[in-house]
Design a protein around this ligand. Structure first.
Ligand SMILES: NC(=O)c1ccc[n+]([C@@H]2O[C@H](COP(=O)([O-])OP(=O)(O)OC[C@H]3O[C@@H](n4cnc5c(N)ncnc54)[C@H](O)[C@@H]3O)[C@@H](O)[C@H]2O)c1
Length: 375
C-alpha cells in the first residue's frame, strides 16, 4: 500500500464528538511526556512566549524530574505538573479538559525495551495514544493535537546490500534517495516499538479523518540537545558525548557506518510551535521531521566529532545489529517546509558544541552519586 502521509482524500466526512466542547475558555497547552527531553524544551519555549503549560508525566524515565525542577524554577507561574500515566484515562481527561492544544510525547521510547516487554510497550504507546485522542474528542475537540511519531514506521527500509560505502558512511546505491525519504515512503512497521508507534501514528491521522480532530503527526528522525539524558537505548548522540566526556566504554551496534539525519532540539521545538499555530494547514497529515540531507552523520563520524569537540575518546567495542536497525535513514522535510516555512537552522557542529557544553555543566553540578551513575 502506498502511503500518502495523509489522513485521506475527502477530509472529515462527519464530526463525531463524544460531548460538546467545554464552555470553559481553553487555557493551557498540555504536554504529555512534558518532563522528557523534547517535552521540557517545548514547555520552556511555550512558557517563554506566555502560554500556560501543563506537564503530564509519569516520570518513568530516569532523571527527568530534573527537567521538571528546571522548568518550575524558570517559569513558576506558567508551568503546572501532573504526575500521572497516560494509561490512566480518567487523569488524562482531567488534564485535557480546557486545553487549547495538546502535544503528545509520552511514550515508551526504546526499541530494546519494546522487545523485552512488547505488551507494556503497546499499552503505553498504542493504547495510551488512543486514550489521549479519546480525551481530546470528549473534552477539547477543537484543540490542535501534535503527535511525536518516528521514522521507525518506515521499517528497515534498504538492506545492507543496497548500500555503498563512502569513506566512514553508507549511502544508498540508488541516487534517487539522495534528497531523503518523504512521507510517501511505504509504511512497514518493524519491532514492537515500530508497531506501537505506527499504530498510534495511524490513529492520530484517522481521528482527523473520521472524527474531525485537528491532529497531525511528526515522524521524527534523531533529535539531540540539552536536557537529553541519552542512553545506549535511546538518545545516542548524547550517549556518545557522555561517553566521550566521562571515558565510559561505548558499544556500537552494527558496523558504525549507518547514517541518520540529526536535528537539534531548538529546531524541533520550532516545528511544534508552528504546528500549534498553523494546525489548519497541517491537520490530518504526517510530516517527516529531521535534520535532512544537510545534517547527516554516521556513528563513526559522530565518534570522531565527539573526540574533536571534547578532546577525549571513549573505549569503543562493536556488537551485532539490533532489530529493525536502518543502515541509512535521512528525512526529506520538504512537506513541512512548504506547509509552514519551517527550516532546520542549527548545524551539527554548533548543535554538538551546545550539547557538550550543557552536559559538561550538568556533570559538574551533579552530586557525587549521580556522577558515579553517569560515569
Ligand atoms: N528523541 C528522539 O530522537 C525521538 C525520535 C523519534 C521519536 N521520538 C518520540 O518523541 C517523543 C519524546 O521523546 P524524548 O526523546 O523526549 O523522550 P523522553 O524519554 O525524554 O520523554 C518521554 C517522557 O514520557 C514520560 N513517560 C513515559 N511513559 C509514560 C507514561 N506511561 N505516562 C506518562 N508519561 C510517560 C517519561 O517520563 C518522559 O519524561 C517520544 O514519543 C518518542 O517516541 C523521539
Amino acid at each position: 500500500m502506498k502511503n500518502t502521509g495523509q489522513g485521506g482524500g475527502a477530509g472529515p466526512q462527519k464530526i463525531v464528538r463524544l460531548a460538546p466542547t467545554q464552555n470553559r475558555c481553553p487555557s493551557h497547552v498540555l504536554i504529555t511526556g512534558g518532563a522528557g527531553f523534547l517535552g521540557s524544551n517545548i514547555a520552556d519555549a511555550l512558557a517563554a512566549r506566555g502560554d500556560d503549560v501543563v506537564v503530564f508525566d509519569s516520570l518513568a524515565r530516569p532523571r527527568v524530574e530534573e527537567n521538571l525542577a528546571w522548568l518550575r524554577e524558570r517559569h513558576p507561574q506558567r508551568i503546572k505538573a501532573m504526575r500521572a500515566d497516560i494509561r490512566d484515562a480518567a487523569r488524562l481527561r482531567e488534564a485535557v479538559r480546557g486545553a487549547k492544544a495538546v502535544v503528545h510525547l509520552a511514550a515508551q521510547v526504546a526499541v530494546t525495551t519494546s522487545v523485552a516487554d512488547p505488551v507494556e510497550d503497546f499499552e503505553v504507546n498504542a493504547r495510551g495514544t488512543l486514550n489521549v485522542l479519546e480525551a481530546v474528542r470528549a473534552v477539547a475537540a477543537d484543540a490542535p493535537v501534535l503527535f511525536a511519531s518516528t521514522n521507525k514506521v518506515y521499517g528497515k527500509l534498504m538492506p545492507l546490500e543496497a548500500m555503498v560505502r563512502q569513506g566512514e558512511r553508507y549511502a544508498p546505491g540508488d541516487p534517487a534517495f539522495a534528497g531523503g525519504l518523504d512521507e510517501t515512503t511505504p509504511l512497514s512497521f518493524y519491532s514492537p516499538y515500530g508497531c506501537s508507534k505506527g499504530v498510534a501514528d495511524q490513529y492520530v491521522l484517522d481521528y482527523a479523518r473520521v472524527f474531525g480532530l485537528r491532529s497531525a503527526v511528526f515522524r521524527m528522525s534523531c533529535l539531540y540537545g540539552p536536557r537529553q539524558f541519552g542512553t545506549e537505548d535511546q538518545g545516542w548522540v548524547a550517549h556518545f558525548l557522555i561517553s566521550a566526556l566521562t571515558g565510559r566504554p561505548l558499544t556500537i551496534y552494527g558496523d558504525g557506518y549507518q547514517v541518520r539525519d540529526v536535528l537539534y532540539v531548538d529546531d524541533a521545538v520550532s516545528a511544534y510551535l508552528l504546528g500549534i499555530d498553523k494546525i489548519d494547514r497541517m491537520a490530518g497529515r504526517a510530516f517527516n521531521l529531521g535534520g535532512g540531507p544537510k545534517n547527516t552523520l554516521s556513528l563513526r563520524e559522530l565518534l570522531r566529532l565527539c573526540e574533536e569537540i571534547t578532546g577525549k575518546k571513549p573505549p569503543v567495542s562493536f556488537d551485532g545489529w539490533r532489530p529493525g536497525d536502518q543502515p541509512w535513514y535521512v528525512s526529506n522535510t520538504r512537506a513541512l517546509e512548504d506547509t509552514t516555512g519551517w527550516r532546520a537552522e542549527v548545524s551539527i557542529h554548533d548543535g554538538l558544541r551546545r550539547l557538550s557544553a550543557w552536559l559538561t555543566a550538568a556533570f559538574a553540578a551533579a552530586p557525587a552519586r549521580q556522577k558515579r551513575e553517569l560515569a
